[in-house]
Design a protein around this ligand. Sequence first.
Ligand SMILES: [Cu+2]
Length: 175
Amino acid sequence: MNTGILHARRRLLLSAGAGLLLAVRPHARAATAPRGIEIAMAGTPTGSAVWFRPRGLRLKAGQTVHWVNRDTGNVHTATAYHPDNGKPLRIPRGATPWNSDYLLPGESFAVTFEIPGVYDYFCLPHEHAGMVGRIVVEGPAVPQAPYADTDDRLPAAALAHLPQVADILRDGAID
Ligand SMILES: [Cu+2]
């Protein structure tokens, strides 16, 4: 039996399968900088401090956010606080959780927000360094402290860096 051909064929099937998966991913990563609303993932050159900018952002329903890794030496993620990601629920009920996976410098990830409410998210490797963000999608009744019951399950630095809902609604963006 010619195992070389079999191996080559298996590789072909695997790569075809991977392409299919990418094609149906709702929020594919992109290697080029997108247009529109950007939240930068950034940090100091040594990595001693890392952040999302803005870390607080007000949106209207239907708007799309692009997280872009503007850091030069660090990978980051944008990951919803949700049981699917091993965390307490801190996005509106019924909203789809997201996890960008690791973004290299220059890579980006997009999510469109449809359901009004408060969305908290974090960076997987830097949650304990306080790399978190909060998005408020405007609606008739956005709660002011929607997730107080799970505050004690967040690292102290993460909780400290989540802006207040009222401040986001007033200012639009909080750096
Ligand atoms: Cu990070």
